[in-house]
Design a binder for this molecule. Structure first.
Ligand code: SF4
Length: 236
């Protein structure tokens, strides 16, 4: 089994983190430049759900009212701009379309802008260090779909970047590894188990134990264990 990825990894990215000046205030950030030559490993797919929703640049800032992005998707919260206009439907449609684009291209890694009510995952505001109501709408969709989520701000730290690159590689490799039988499953596990143990020792050890006492194995079991490994690798 090949353990080295020989192709570029496709990565979705919040467009404002790719140098595009698409934020509500007409600003943007170039976090990708931090990769230096490592950038060559990736193909980037920049997306801005708020622009796709037709909100324009610059635009009146929006926020989640009455809950999180997940609540918006459940229909119990709304997204409004500072003028009080309801943009919930437009934004949900734009986020759904963005997700469809990523899935159509076989992308399952996304670098997001923290603090956004759309793309944020663990914060939906940066003001006064408050968390807001995380996740944002698009963040909630990506979490639910099992994406490997990278906070783009973390790309500024060399240590975090090193960790991100190794985990993105491992995640992609596990996701695409051909696993048809128990031996191949063991081969994948033995390749990634030390990384899994380093990231979450308790869960990794219990997974290792479960695998060691496996008897017969069905296709559904293989996918369940693949998912377990992916969940450990994508832990924040
Ligand atoms: S955080 Fe997302 S929605 Fe906001 S400007 Fe960046 S890409 Fe657009």
């Amino acid at each position: 089994m090949e353990t080295v990825l020989k192709r570029k990894i496709k990565v979705g990215i919040s467009e404002c983190c790719f140098g595009s000046k698409v934020r509500y205030n007409g600003k943007g950030f170039d976090y990708v430049k931090n990769f230096g030559r490592e950038k060559e490993q990736f193909i980037f797919y920049p997306l801005c759900p708020e622009c796709l929703a037709g909100l324009g640049v610059p635009r009146t800032p929006i926020s989640i009212k009455g809950g999180s992005g997940e609540d918006v998707l459940q229909g119990t919260a709304k997204i409004k701009n500072r003028k009080g206009e309801d943009v919930t439907d437009k934004l949900i449609k734009a986020c759904e379309y963005s997700l469809e684009l990523l899935k159509r291209e076989g992308i399952y890694i996304y670098m997001y802008k923290e603090g956004s009510p759309s793309c944020g995952v663990y914060r939906t505001t940066l003001k006064d260090k408050r968390l807001g109501n995380p996740p944002g709408i698009f963040g909630a969709m990506l979490l639910k779909e099992g994406f490997f989520l990278v906070c783009a701000d973390d790309l500024e730290s060399p240590i975090k970047r090193w960790d991100i690159v190794r985990r993105v590689n491992a995640f992609t490799w596990i996701k695409e590894a051909e696993i048809e039988n128990k031996n191949q499953l063991y081969e994948v596990w033995h390749t990634v188990k030390f990384l899994c143990q380093e990231l979450d020792e308790k869960t990794a050890r219990s997974l290792g134990h479960e695998l060691s006492i496996l008897d017969n194995i069905q296709k559904e079991d293989i996918e369940k264990y693949r998912k377990n490994m992916l969940e450990i690798i994508r832990e924040p």
